[in-house]
Ligand binder design. Structure first.
Ligand SMILES: Nc1ncnc2c1ncn2[C@@H]1O[C@H](COP(=O)(O)OP(=O)(O)OP(=O)(O)O)[C@@H](O)[C@H]1O
Ligand SMILES: [Mg+2]
Length: 271
């Protein structure tokens, strides 16, 4: 299996001297569905910004499709790795929703028809088809967030990274984000999601990477990472295990990070 994204011994220091990443080793295989979690300031956003070349490592290296990202231009990286920003207002710049979403694919050199199709699909996926002619700043925060996601979807990159996609979303918005992740995954694309919502993480990711103070603390399946043995480690980066994991542990069950896993484990016990 190919490794579209790898960080090897990556450290990153901001110009003001903040050491935001330290000794990060992360290999993400093609088609993986990974969540990155950890307390505020643990380095999640800084890490994903290394992966699409927005920031370059101070030490170590990032590999994209096996090639040292330092040798690739931002445009080459943009065609491979799409990153929807945590703060949509740092991403959005166009005066119309449609123009915003069309910018990426057009910039990648796609033809008019292909751009139109990609834009329609992306707006549909986030539920913004009806506001294609609106000014992005007339949309509320949650919809600007979905717009930032649509702009990345339209680029149809093999790797999609979503930085806190569910922040500010109601249940319908969360369901949309979940459906987007499922669909990307079904298409064989690699999806990396940063989230503070442990239930969402357990239910959407197959692998969970926990960060603390610029380092990777835990890396495993949701069942492993939220398992009782890791509760002290999770608490050290201000994360709580999921409710099914806590209930499951009291019942002596393992690997029950999701409701579905808990139900399955209970049914298996009943025989
Ligand atoms: N532009 C910047 N200049 C200096 N320091 C920064 C900058 N951006 C982030 N930092 C610092 O780098 C560290 C990691 O920040 P980062 O935003 O990557 O964390 P995060 O895990 O994404 O946090 P959050 O959950 O709040 O989004 C923090 O100490 C933060 O204050
Ligand atoms: Mg962040």
């Amino acid at each position: 299996m190919s490794i579209p994204i790898a960080a090897e011994s990556v450290a990153f220091v901001y110009p003001d001297g903040t050491r935001a990443l330290d000794g990060i080793d992360l290999h993400v295989a093609e088609g993986e569905r990974v969540a990155i979690v950890g307390q505020n300031g643990s380095g999640k956003s800084t890490l994903v910004r290394q992966l699409n070349g927005l920031l370059r490592p101070t030490e170590g290296r990032v590999l994209v499709d096996g090639r040292d990202a330092a040798q690739l231009h931002v445009a080459q990286l943009a065609a491979r790795v799409g990153l929807a920003f945590q703060n949509p207002d740092r991403q959005i710049f166009a005066g119309r929703v449609r123009a915003e979403v069309a910018f990426g694919p057009r910039n990648l050199g796609r033809s008019g028809d292909a751009v139109d199709r990609a834009v329609d699909e992306a707006l549909d996926a986030v539920g913004l088809s009806g506001t294609a002619d609106a000014n992005p700043y007339d949309l509320g925060y949650s919809r600007r967030k979905l717009l930032a996601i649509a702009s990345i979807l339209a680029m149809q990159t093999p790797v999609v990274i979503l930085d806190e996609p569910t922040t500010g979303q109601d249940a319908r918005g969360v369901a949309r984000v979940r459906a987007i992740i499922e669909r990307l995954s079904t298409e064989g694309r690699t999806v990396i999601t940063i989230s503070h919502d442990m239930r969402f993480v357990a239910e959407t990711a197959r692998r969970v990477v926990v960060m603390r103070e610029g380092r990777i603390l835990l890396d495993g399946t949701p069942g492993e990472v939220f398992g009782e043995a890791n509760w002290p480690a999770l608490a050290s980066t201000y994360l709580e295990p999921t409710l099914p994991a806590r209930v499951g542990a009291r019942l002596g069950l393992d690997g029950t990070a999701t409701e579905a896993a808990l139900v399955e484990a209970l049914q298996a016990r009943r025989g």
